[in-house]
Design a protein around this ligand. Structure first.
Ligand code: SF4
Length: 374
């Protein structure tokens, strides 16, 4: 088990589109959080004392950058000890998700000293009006300051998150946002299309007609524009939503997409051992109470059948530029995709094009439904 995810659920407020499992808090209960996670780590290690070296560690949320640097340091030190990190520290990819407003030169230095060597920055847009609409606490200028502070502290592996496919009435200039992002020379970009999730401020605005629902044509146009623009700047889309330059692919997320085992710690975190998936109770208070009582925070688990594992393998492979083996699937179907411009074939593998990735769910459904009848 060499890939560890730690969920840090705290946010200052909820962004307008977000339905993640978070705990909105003015004061971050850092000490209680560290105690609870270290308790869970003890349980995980007791259940599997032979777990191997750590290869990647991903601190996601929520807003991990809200944790005070000393709390983060305690967690990282304990995790590295627990997973026998014996190699030099940068052999382990340690990613921290951060919001731009938390990235001060002091915080960046402290993160680097604790072993963080990759930061995924929630930029989302470079348009102040749009950021306000999203309920983001930062403005566009803050994103550039954050990138410079990270580089000044020696963290060069920086990913920027951007959201596209926003409602037309915002008149968001997506091309301009891409240019602003590229001008900061990030090593990695993650691009997510806006979706309306239940029980979010956005869902309420849409249901009362205060804002238009995202439009599929705009989504497709902006997605394809991003592919063209990023390719022209030397970025490779190695997954449906992720592009990297100079080989700076996320090793942690690549492990998920290739079906590797991982351990999840923290409220709502998922773990996978290659056969079964388990997930922790999502609410912060319930998670904290379980660990304070010495109980496991695992809420439930599902054991995947061979069929489910195969479906998942096909889905994950098609999400990435690895693609699926031609020989394992009905070639007439795959050839039809190639003719439609949704896929290419090389070296015995079929890989989706950007147009194919726009139809990912439908194509996986097409392939797996055919499997049932072949
Ligand atoms: S900061 Fe991230 S996790 Fe927190 S509310 Fe905003 S989008 Fe959701």
């Amino acid at each position: 088990m060499r890939h560890v995810y730690l969920h840090i659920p705290f946010c200052r407020r909820r962004c307008s589109y977000c339905d993640f499992s978070i705990a909105v808090r003015k004061r971050i209960p850092a000490r209680e959080y560290v105690t609870a996670v270290l308790g869970e780590l003890d349980l995980v290690r007791a259940a599997d004392p032979g777990a191997g070296d750590l290869e990647t560690l991903y601190l996601g949320g929520g807003t991990p950058s809200l944790l005070p640097p000393d709390a983060l340091k305690t967690l990282l030190t304990s995790l590295r000890d627990a997973f026998h990190v014996t190699t030099s520290r940068d052999d382990v990819e340690v990613t921290l998700e951060a919001n731009p407003e938390d990235v001060t030169p002091d915080n960046a230095r402290a993160w680097r000293e604790s072993g963080v060597n990759r930061v995924s920055l929630g930029a989302q847009s470079f348009d102040d009006r749009v950021l306000k609409w999203m309920h983001r606490p930062h403005d566009a200028a803050r994103i550039g300051h954050a990138v410079r502070a990270l580089r000044g502290a020696g963290i060069d592996n920086i990913s920027l998150d951007l959201i596209f496919g926003l409602p037309a009435e915002l008149e968001r200039d997506w091309e301009r946002d891409l240019e602003r992002a590229l001008s900061l020379l990030p090593s990695h970009l993650s691009l997510y299309g806006l979706t309306v999730e239940e029980r979010t401020p956005l869902a309420r605005w849409v249901s009362r007609g205060a804002t238009a629902a995202p439009n599929d044509d705009r989504y497709a146009e902006e997605y394809l524009l991003a592919h063209r623009r990023l390719a022209a700047s030397g970025y490779e889309f190695y997954e449906v939503s992720n592009a990297a330059r100079d080989g700076h692919r996320s090793r942690h997320n690549s492990a998920y997409w290739s079906g590797r085992a991982y351990v999840g710690l923290g409220p709502a975190a998922h773990s996978f051992d290659g056969r079964a998936r388990r997930w922790n109770t999502a609410a912060w208070d319930a998670y904290r109470r379980a660990l304070a009582a010495g109980r496991s925070p695992v809420d439930s688990e599902e054991v995947l059948t061979d069929e489910q594992r195969e479906l998942e393998r096909v889905y994950l492979s098609l999400r990435t530029d690895t693609g699926v083996s031609l020989s394992a699937h009905p070639t007439n179907r795959l050839t039809a995709w190639v003719s439609a411009g949704w896929a290419t074939v090389a070296g015995g593998y079929v890989r989706l094009t950007p147009e194919g990735w726009l139809r990912l769910d439908a194509l996986v459904g097409d392939l797996t439904a055919l499997h049932d009848t072949v």
